[in-house]
Write a protein that binds this ligand. Structure first.
Ligand code: SF4
Length: 293
């Protein structure tokens, strides 16, 4: 087994454990490379069919190409695709791009609050009709008690403190100092009733591993990751008012791998183009303790 085979086997195992152990779980799909690899692994784990609903929290400030890519792939792979949003904040213009709040409050409203209420079923969810390609209100408002997320420990500081199976309280809050140990890959999967669980099958993957796997498996990713002739590309995707591309001439997966192996980004954080990280003190711990993805 090479290193990618080992990572794949571990992630597939976690996904199958999660599906077996927890009722009403969903998988977050941010449309970025990591959660798309996670989706690919789920297709492998369940032999081509993904039995877990995909949930996207739509801030309505995502780069339009991301949404187009999401719906194209969802139709092609016959996914149960659901999105949630903070309609009240959007309708009231209580967002950073509208100039009525700062970035942290905007992320808390459009991402954290939207996620919490979408998962609980308290706010409307919208499901993709695979025949028409249109979204309609989802009649199922049952609470998702577990969520599978494509975070990686090497991505930024607070993520390195995660567990594979990480309990959150009823409010989705994360007590970083009180988590079960996972020595020798022994995972705790029995939690008190009402515990919300986050499952992280990609915790041990690096940015380079993700691109190597995308190359090996020929996983389709959005072209935003590639230089379109301006010497810039996105290294991490997010809302367009808060996400900047990096200087890079990489035009395809092979050139990204070459660039990462060269050490060009060794001292530049993967999320350096994400303005909300800087506003949260250079990391994401404040936001993530409150439920941010
Ligand atoms: S990334 Fe920017 S636009 Fe998106 S939710 Fe956060 S502050 Fe708002």
């Amino acid at each position: 087994m090479n290193h990618l085979d080992k990572l794949e086997a571990q992630s597939v195992y976690i996904l199958r454990e999660a599906y077996r152990e927890f009722k009403n779980i969903c998988m977050l799909w941010s449309i970025g490379k990591d959660s798309t690899v996670l989706l690919w692994l789920a297709r492998k784990a369940f032999f081509g069919h993904v039995p877990i609903p995909l949930v996207h929290i739509d801030t309505h400030y995502k780069i339009p190409e991301m949404i187009h890519y999401r719906d194209e792939l969802a139709r092609q792979w016959r996914l149960t695709m659901i999105y949630g949003e903070n309609k009240e904040a959007l309708d009231g213009g209580r967002t950073f791009p509208d100039g009525k709040t700062d970035r942290i409050s905007c992320c808390q409203a459009l991402k954290t609050e939207a996620l919490k209420n979408t998962l609980s079923g308290e706010w409307s969810r919208y499901i993709l009709d695979l025949e028409t390609g249109q979204y309609r209100p989802d009649g199922n408002r049952e609470k998702y008690t577990g969520v599978i997320v494509g975070v990686r420990a090497d991505e930024e500081g607070s993520r390195s403190k995660e567990r594979y199976f990480s309990p959150r309280d009823q409010e989705n809050d994360w007590d970083v100092g009180d988590q079960p140990p996972e020595f020798w890959n022994q995972f705790k999967t029995d939690f008190a009733p009402g515990t919300h669980i986050r499952i992280h099958p990609l915790l041990d993957w690096t940015e380079l591993n993700v691109w190597e796997y995308i190359q090996r498996e020929k996983i389709p990713v959005t072209s935003l990751y590639f230089d379109q002739g301006e010497g810039k590309r996105y290294r991490s995707l997010g809302c367009y008012p808060c996400t900047l591309p990096v200087e890079s001439p990489a035009r395809n997966v092979e050139e990204i791998i070459e660039e990462l192996r060269s050490g060009k980004f060794a001292n530049i954080a993967e999320r350096s183009g994400r303005a909300q990280d800087k506003d949260d003190g250079g990391g994401l711990e404040t936001l993530r303790r409150g439920g941010y993805m």
